[in-house]
Design a protein around this ligand. Sequence first.
Ligand code: NAD
Length: 480
Amino acid sequence: MTARSGPAGSVERMPHTPVDQIPGIVSGMRYGFGLGVTRPESWRRTQLQRLRALLLERGADFERALFADLGKSGTEAQLTEIGFLVAEIDHALAKLSAWMRPKRAGVPLAVQPAAARITPDPLGVVLVIAPWNYPLMLALSPVVGALAAGNAVVVKPSELAPATSELIARLVPDVIDRRAFSVVEGGVPETTALLAERFDHIFYTGNGRVGRIVARAAAEHLTPITLELGGKSPVYVDDSVPLAEAAKRIAWGKYMNAGQTCVAPDYVLGSADVLGRLAPLLAGAIRDLYGSAIDRNPDYGRIVTDAQFERLVGYLGDGQVLVGGGRDAATRYLEPTVLGGVDRGSAVMRDEIFGPILPLVEVDGLDDAIGFVSGRDKPLAAYVFSDDQAVRRRWERETSSGALNFGVPVLHLVAPDLPFGGVGESGMGAYHGERSFQVFSHQKAVLSKPLSPDTLAATIMPPFTKAKDGLVRQYLRKLL
Ligand code: NAD
């Protein structure tokens, strides 16, 4: 056990699952899955309903844990973690029957008469590895999809959000069938032990360095993976939009969870004129959102660890502090900050910031902005504030990112029909809504052909008579 102090100065224990128990936990899940208990729709519904009830009944405990880990306010915890999960479960419960239903598929002439369908099959035992920034939501949101799809699940919450990890490990196995659900707690040694086991899917959310470790480990077992990674999500603003409104939305997306959001705006691109007008409007928007004594405002979060705090403070020298810059290392408080005069090659423009620092980067028109974004790793999201349709079209056609939003950051992730995921360095695979169900399902092809009439002998089976040869040569394209 190791200890660490939380935002309120409390000391929390960091629990670990004994590494030597991990192979047994995974084989227990495989045994549970093999029993077939997870397959019936009724089982899946029961698990989701129980998880939903737990989130509502123990909401205050989850809020407390999220406050201990990240100084997260109760309202933000409800909005972005607990309530988000409840809404996701409700959607899954409403749609589950339709998702599970086999879908008819067409068959070519040469195969007819026959019927074909696609049947979603559970994959088996899946592993979910979660990060610390939305430690409840990002641990359990993939679990919702995995259970809906009828899998057994091992979830490994982040050790950097120990209060939430402990609560998940203590409460969730009491409501979900233990034959098909378990929580492994810990950090690198425990995750390494898990990754040595064979899973039928690994769903990893976190940074690209560990994403590569996961991908290498998965390759050993030919296990399919989903990698939900991060990156620098750009914002582009031009003068066709009301800048005060744009500033408010950018500030909201940036400073929620103290900037520790994978799809937070990372930096803003704009002309010197637009950025010059935007900076004071961002200052006003921050005041509107969090008041003037932000360090005493319970709605504003804290940086997760001392190491992350030090990393972020290091970026403050990469530009001129136009707004904010205040900090307190003891409570890991870092004020919402805007940096101007930032060099494109500086550290704050190389790394994903993942904290409440927003660099404003001057560009020489739209071509320069698009070229800047296209010349770098593909981001998880890009945000464009422009009412010029030609500008919007160019961003949509000429840039690649996990998502592209016009006029608002972050919100794409609450639309269950939109795939949520990255591309290139920002990840592979996507989830939410039905895609979460599909990620954890195998789309099994099922074909059924009556033994009579024996159409195959008369058309495509040897012996190849002259008539069949003629048929194949003449109609092959129409037959298949
Ligand atoms: P983290 O440090 O909590 O790590 C994530 C998980 O990886 C943890 O469970 C941790 O135990 C495990 N891990 C760490 N080192 C490991 C190792 N060497 N071997 C095996 N497992 C290991 O979280 P993080 O990576 O700092 O999270 C922040 C990153 O995640 C950012 O880049 C952010 O953009 C990204 N992110 C992406 C999404 C998304 O949905 N795409 C969501 C949240 C965060």
